[in-house]
Write a protein of this length. Structure first.
Length: 425
């Protein structure tokens, strides 16, 4: 099937179908996953569980080696280390057939690696990578069958840790990003290392060391069975730190979502505060009350100031805008920040709309620090709150205009009175 795929190209579903048949044949031959250690009391599971688990294992490892075949010598070299681990494991267990097959596979692959290492002159292709992956999946199962129950489950997983990690990361990334799971990309572990500045040779050697490390930990399990918790903990910490260094944006976003879940109570409290503020703003008539509502609501969330830019003429005096004040660009600023607001590093600008067509101006929410994430869904500010604030500003400015007009009428009356008195004299 791999050779046919190299020549004519098969889609993923045909590949999985053929691999499933091959895995079923392996299980029928007596090689499969028959128990899961602590699950079901360590007893042998029925075929309705064993067969799907065996198929899943073969699909995982077979395609994992196909996935990592992206740099010269990477898949072949990793296969040599994994085959050697299976060989040593079969000597300790012991299992003569598995030892013979695994050392033969390691020797053949090592001879191939002589010409496949960077710069490569020959390549594995699907016919090579799928064959190697299937052989290692089968040998790992066969070699671990004589080991203690829980160790028999852990050893194959740990010894093939690098290709398993790469395929799990690939599936997880594509799932989070809503991309087709079977489409290729350039974000595998080896691609990320090259983008981090490593040469192809250095990236491959680094991943050789990772593969060897996983293999060494799997051999520890054979000699120190009680150390399984420690080995798995060390492997887990190493994987976590390594994946962090690769800087996958999908996982950074996933971590952000998890952090939001842990802070969900604070986020809910902020959302409730914004809804209460919207209710108060619908009854607000003056700038002083409006500013106090904004400060009481936005300061605990993490904002430091608000800035308004009114459409049209701003003809109010500074005394009338208290506690706001004018800026050189004609905007109104209300700040509760301890220092002067210069160029904010973070600003959210919203158009103020009261109704479907009445556009009042713009509101900017200002933050002077980026150290902590904002515990808030920004959509809360763009719906009811924005409409209520727009109405409050219109009522407040209408009140200011009325006061200003009254003041102007009074001045005119005084002027007319003075003029009449002059004429009488």
């Amino acid at each position: 099937m791999g050779l046919y795929d190299d020549v004519y190209s098969l889609n993923a579903y045909w590949k999985f179908a053929v691999e499933t048949v091959a895995a079923a044949g392996l299980y029928a031959g007596g090689y499969g996953i028959h128990n899961l250690g602590l699950v079901h009391g360590g007893q042998t599971l029925g075929w309705e569980y064993c067969l799907p688990l065996t198929v899943l294992w073969v699909l995982l490892i077979t395609n994992a080696f196909n996935f990592i075949d992206g740099l010269d010598g990477l898949a072949a070299g990793s296969a040599v280390f994994s085959a050697m681990v299976v060989f040593v494991m079969s000597l300790i267990t012991p299992n003569g057939l598995v030892a013979f097959l695994s050392i033969a596979l390691a020797g053949a692959t090592l001879g191939f690696l002589r010409f496949n290492f960077h710069p490569a002159t020959i390549f594995l292709g699907d016919s090579g990578s799928l064959f190697i992956g299937f052989m290692l999946a089968a040998l790992a199962l066969a070699g671990s069958q004589k080991a203690p129950t829980i160790v028999a489950v852990a050893i194959p997983i740990v010894s093939l840790g690098f290709p398993i990690l790469d395929v799990v990361l690939a599936v997880a990334r594509r799932f989070v990003a809503k991309k087709p799971l079977f489409d290729g990309d350039k974000s595998h572990i080896h691609h990320k290392l090259v983008r981090r500045g490593l040469s192809q040779r250095d990236a491959v050697l680094t991943l050789y060391a990772v593969t060897a490390g996983f293999g060494f930990m799997s051999l520890i399990l054979l000699q120190q069975r009680r150390a399984i918790a420690l080995v798995l903990a060390v492997a887990g910490i190493g994987i976590f730190l390594g994946v962090q260094q690769l800087r996958y944006q999908e996982f950074a976003e996933l971590l952000s979502v998890l952090q939001r879940v842990t802070r969900r109570r604070q986020i809910l409290a902020n959302h409730v505060a914004i809804r209460h503020a919207a209710e108060k703003l619908r009854e607000c008539q003056d700038l002083g009350t409006m500013c106090q509502i904004l400060r009481d609501t936005l300061e605990p969330i993490g904002f430091d100031a608000v800035r308004f830019l009114k459409s049209g003429k701003n003809g109010f005096s500074s005394s009338m805008l208290q506690p706001m004040h004018y800026l050189p660009d004609g905007a109104w600023l209300y700040s509760w920040f301890a220092h002067e607001i210069a160029e904010p590093p973070w600003e959210l600008k919203l158009e103020l709309i009261n109704g479907s067509t009445n556009r009042w101006g713009y509101l900017s929410l200002i933050r002077m620090s980026n150290e902590s994430p904002l515990p808030l869904d920004l959509n809360m500010l763009t719906t009811e709150f924005r409409c209520s604030l727009s109405g409050a500003i219109e009522r407040a400015t209408a009140r200011l205009e009325k006061i200003e007009n009254l003041g102007e009428d009074e001045r005119n009356q005084r002027t007319r009175a003075i003029g009449a008195g002059t004429m009488a004299d």
